[in-house]
Write a protein that binds this ligand. Sequence first.
Ligand SMILES: Nc1ncnc2c1ncn2[C@@H]1O[C@H](COP(=O)(O)OP(=O)(O)OP(=O)(O)O)[C@@H](O)[C@H]1O
Length: 703
Amino acid sequence: MTNKPSILSSPVEYLKGVGPLRADLLKKEAAIFTFNDLLEYFPFRHIDKTQITNVNRITTETEYVQVVGKITSLEIIGEKRGRRLVASLHDGTGELELVWFQGINWLEKSLHVGRRYRVFGKAGFFMNTPQISHPEMEEVTEGVVEKNLFLEPVYPGTEKLKARNLGGRQIAKLTYTLLQMLSEKDVSENLPTSVLSTYHLIGRYQAFRQIHFPVNKQEYLDALKRLKFEELFISQLRLGFIRYKRHSFSKGLVFNKVGDCFNEFYNNNLPFELTGAQKRVLKEIRKDMGSGKQMNRLLQGDVGSGKTIVALMSMLIAADNGYQSCFMAPTEILARQHYESLSSLLRNIPVTVRILTGSSSAKEKKEILQATANGEITILTGTHALIEDNVLFRSLGLAIVDEQHRFGVAQRAKLWKKNEISPHVLVMTATPIPRTLALTAYGDLDYSIMDELPPGRKPVTTVHRMEYARPQVMDFIKSEIKLGRQAYIIYPLIEESAKLDFENLMKGYEEVKAFFPEPGFYISMVHGRQKSVQKQANMERFIKGDTQIMVSTTVIEVGVNVPNASVMLIESAEKFGLPQLHQLRGRVGRGSEKSYCILLTKVRLSADAKERLKIMCSTNNGFKIAEKDLEIRGPGDIEGTRQSGILNFKLANIIEDKKMLEAARYSAQKIIDEDPNLSMAGNECLKNFLLLYKGKTVWSKIS
Ligand SMILES: Nc1ncnc2c1ncn2[C@@H]1O[C@H](COP(=O)(O)OP(=O)(O)OP(=O)(O)O)[C@@H](O)[C@H]1O
């Protein structure tokens, strides 16, 4: 198959009206390198110039108007700062006053009394006369204007572009010139006919014309729909091909045995019955690991849904097949917690569990590295220290990464290289990701969901209290502690001002101490300025129940598991985002006791903050909270997605276009299933497009 370079790949300087200087600016300021880039530089809105308004119809309610009439007078009046050019325009129904405060002399020369103009601008009233200041003016001849009504595109521009006479207007002109040059055959269709007809989409060429210069609103909407679909479809196709490639071609270790370690643990050591969700996910993982392909699975579990046990049992499968595992956590506290719980759960199973972190002593480190390299260690838990180059495994079969958001893709990839055949990878995240995000940002991974909590858990009761209710809140905490429970009191961490945070925390600590002077109320404190050992020791005292209150910044946010804690008080709760609040709340309600989360705030709150607190008080479901969070903040702000680049859609918005995303995913997957080489006649257009512009690297390796 040959691919002729398309006219659309021509450098932008070849377009009439561009030239080297402008081309340089377009490249630097707007990333427009080719004709195609210019076509895909979309207007962000249109000014409606499809209507002509009669002057006598202008009211105080009217906004932008377009009027056609004759100038009947034109004069400069006033002095100094009040100096202005005033014109009267008559359209046969009334008089419109036009005023300019700048460019007066030049305008006075270029406008002419007695000639006809099309005038556009924001209407106002001055002494009962409708008026427009600084209107757009265009001289028109009789009869022409009515044929020339349109929606004018407005393009995003930068100050630099405007300063060099390349503002939105000029870009519109260039785009217009380009579209005049192009014919339907220059803009090849890239979507198969079946897709076009299923979703009632207009052709690509037509879509480009209509998105820039629609004759009416419907034309614009049709174009928008078509081009949004294309964006989502192509991105889903690329992600789908990555998955397909992995499923079809990657070589994976085959773990087909469930042996003594797993069975002994499952039959005699598992302290509880697995939930349905845990069983289902384990089945998915077993299937992946036995398939002969490398597993790359994202496990999303709501807080407290019991991911650790799933991780543990997966590692036992690896062990039964003669392979080592590593379990990587984002913080030292968590790594240690995993280590403690794995060691305790596996105490009767013949496997060796060790921990390696930044604070392991040199001697310990040396010994662990040696034991890892010669295969004596079955499960190595730890922090980032695990991916350092000097950590060599004899046979790493499974790498588990806890908390997706804090590890970059590159760090994950480092793990893959730690065995001749890449180990299976299980990424666990405790902050549910809305489905739309999962489909786009993590669409290359397979994923499992754990949306069921272990039985016997009572939903956490969440309330919002104002600062003035603090004494009652503290009394409540006291009463819970008297019942033998423990409480967290959390202070926000605003990164811009670490010093202020620290001061707040210390002040808070003193206040808490003052509230609980009597014996029996002991306090632990954990914050970012403490050394690891100190943090660990304080945490340990709380875990053991030696202290009843844990005062902390958000360092304890993820993963901490103290089932006896039943109250979570969050100070200045308005300063936290929804996922963080949900994570924090997840630290209570982990035992069988009734638990409470109190969101304490000052009295005056922003509308957004109120909304967040309302959501927190109304649901315990992390998946619902994640959806709401996405709605409120938009995808650009969701942690971990910005750098992925995959969400940088030009037109589509994964929140508003959720349904379209599902449809695009469905049809992309259908094509991959039916015709992975894109060799069927109907898919040739897609193949040509992918080879020419997008996804080349991804796709060409498959074919
Ligand atoms: N099937 C089950 N039945 C009863 N208890 C369970 C079950 N599975 C896990 N647990 C217990 O629930 C608690 C939470 O489990 P785990 O720490 O694995 O949760 P998690 O999913 O990692 O939560 P988070 O992300 O909030 O830390 C633990 O005390 C664990 O022992």
